[in-house]
Write a protein that binds this ligand. Structure first.
Ligand code: GLN
Length: 538
């Protein structure tokens, strides 16, 4: 019998539901249970590919090319399980299916309603994941904040599932913020009480509550929450702000959460085995070095826009026992004032992240040029890779005004251009080159040394590629194309062996990076940062 856990959130969004859901999964895994997770994103968009990264955070790409919510990244990183498109459900998807069915005549003679037709579709999607994966427990996180209009059909579907699956097979977890009043230092539980009330009005009584607070909640706050949320005191847990996010499952488990969940779901009570996870945590918790990496991009203000890259750097850092400190610089700063490029000297490495459109492109190119000329380790990801190719074409190959046609449609040297199959596309949703694709790595290259493999599978999300017309010119000047698509038609990795590390990848290695299993390119980048630092010291 599959168990279903639903995670809801209150007071405000971005309160850490995703990490809580992933941590619950980890506690169950540590007890030998098979788990998976689903994210419900109540937006009307069909997928996250068309959402605003500034509002919604990064688009997390799955192996099968799903453009999903960043919480799937947390599930993958914590649970080390690959998610598929089916693990991401939006209002847009649910309604498209229901409306398509209505047009086909599947509901002929009926009035199609939110209850039961839309809620049936939601429940069907959740159960299909259970069926396909065959796991013991499916954790479903309902995005947004309790009380949002968009979220109501999903909460209603969850409520129905409790009746249909039975009390002992379903569990509701409510995660809500407990702010601390600046003036008195008091922990305020009232907003949480209100959000639980909202949930109960909809017909859902949470089974346990996770208070998200900057510090551990006091006994008094715990008592209050239990009383007002109508749960046992031992069902109130606290997720305080911590330095290492991967320590949260252990922190919650120590409060008794894993055992409480198992007891409530009538799962056998087994002693959790955290030995392997603890070993992974060591690299994060006991660093011997500190490295400073600077990102040059746009959306610099919102850390969530590039969360997988931040985490991939941390995973690679932990592998090397290095704490990685990340700073941001807005690309446009360098366009306005190239003198500012000198700030790059204060860092061990430069990373130019993925991106779209022309804003800030020139600033990124300037930053890459500075890094190449000053031998500052550089890693370019997707758009960062593309801008580094433009930089090399302009300043090393002498192709002045070289550009990507994404940035300048009139460029005399389109070193980056639409992939041929992209030229015909007019629907923008879900039509990029997406998901895992094979890459062949050339022997004798840095990439081969790092990946130690002839073929790798990496996730993609792009429309542009290095224009084959310019391969020869770039190679002649020392750029090495070390990774290509198996048919040899598409460049996936470049490296410039003259430098400590000057590497770009067309794919997104961060999506497959996990704690304890970092991506080799990120490790190579940080290793180079360390090597350079040691050499400079000598
Ligand atoms: N805008 C570029 C492209 O579509 C790069 C995309 C990205 O960085 N993910 O090819």
């Amino acid at each position: 019998m599959t168990r279903y856990i639903f995670v809801t959130g209150g007071v405000l969004s971005s309160v850490g539901k995703g990490v809580t859901a992933a941590s619950i999964g980890k506690m169950l895994q540590a007890r030998g249970f098979k788990v998976t997770a689903i994210k419900i994103d109540p937006y009307v968009n069909v997928d996250a590919g068309t959402m605003n990264p500034y509002m919604h955070g990064e688009v997390f790409v799955t192996d099968d090319g799903g453009e999903t919510d960043l919480d799937l990244g947390w599930y993958e990183r914590f649970l080390d399980v690959n998610m598929s498109k089916n693990h991401y459900i939006t209002t847009g998807q649910v309604y498209s299916t229901v409306i398509e069915r209505e047009r086909r005549g599947d509901y002929l003679g009926k009035c199609v309603q939110i209850i039961p037709h839309v809620t049936d579709e939601i429940k069907g999607r959740i159960r299909r994941v259970a069926g396909k994966t065959g796991v013991d427990v499916v954790i479903t996180e309902i995005g947004g904040t309790t009380g949002d209009i968009e979220g109501l059909p999903f909460l209603e579907a969850a409520r129905q599932m409790r009746l249909e699956e039975g009390f002992t097979n379903t569990l509701f977890v409510h995660v809500a913020l407990v702010p601390i009043l600046e003036t008195t230092g008091e922990q305020k539980t009232k907003p949480l009480q209100h959000s639980v009330n909202e949930l109960r009005r909809i017909g859902i009584q949470p089974d346990l509550v996770v208070a998200r607070c900057p510090v551990m909640i006091e006994a008094e706050a715990q008592r209050k929450i239990a009383l007002f949320a109508n749960v046992e005191e031992k069902a109130v847990f606290c997720s305080p702000t911590v330095k290492n996010i991967y320590g949260i499952p252990l922190l919650l488990d120590r409060q008794g959460m894993g055992d409480y969940i198992c007891g409530r779901l009538r799962l056998p009570l087994v002693k959790p085995d955290w030995s392997w996870w603890n070993k992974i945590l060591e690299g994060f918790d006991k660093p011997r070095h500190e490295l400073k990496v600077v990102f040059c991009g746009k959306y610099a203000k919102l850390a969530d826009s590039y969360i997988s890259i931040n985490e991939a750097l941390k995973h690679a850092g932990a592998h090397l026992y290095a704490a990685v400190k990340i700073d941001w610089v807005e690309a446009e700063t360098f366009e306005e004032n190239p003198g500012k490029l000198e700030v790059l000297n204060a860092y061990d490495g430069l990373l130019v992240p993925p991106g779209f459109g022309s804003r800030g492109a020139e600033g990124k190119i300037l930053a890459v040029k500075y890094a190449r000329e000053h031998d500052i380790p550089f890693l370019g990801i997707c758009f960062g890779f593309q801008m580094a190719v433009v930089e090399f074409a302009r300043h090393v190959c002498g192709l002045k005004k070289a550009n990507s046609t994404e940035v300048d449609t009139e460029t005399p040297h389109p070193v980056l251009d639409y992939m041929p199959e992209q030229k015909e596309i007019d629907m923008l949703g879900g039509t990029m080159r997406l998901g895992a694709q094979p890459i062949k790595i050339k022997p004798g290259t840095l990439a081969r040394k790092l990946y130690k493999s002839e073929v790798i599978y990496q996730r993609h999300r792009h429309r542009f590629e290095v224009n084959p017309k310019y391969w020869e010119a770039l190679e002649r000047k020392g750029m090495v194309f070390s990774g290509l698509s198996p048919d040899g038609r598409r460049i996936e990795i470049f490296e410039y062996p003259k430098n400590f590390f000057h590497v770009g990848v067309q794919y997104h290695p961060e999506f497959k990076s996990r704690p304890g299993r970092p991506d080799p390119v990120y490790v190579g980048f940080l290793e180079a940062c360390l090597r350079r630092r040691l050499q400079e010291k000598n």
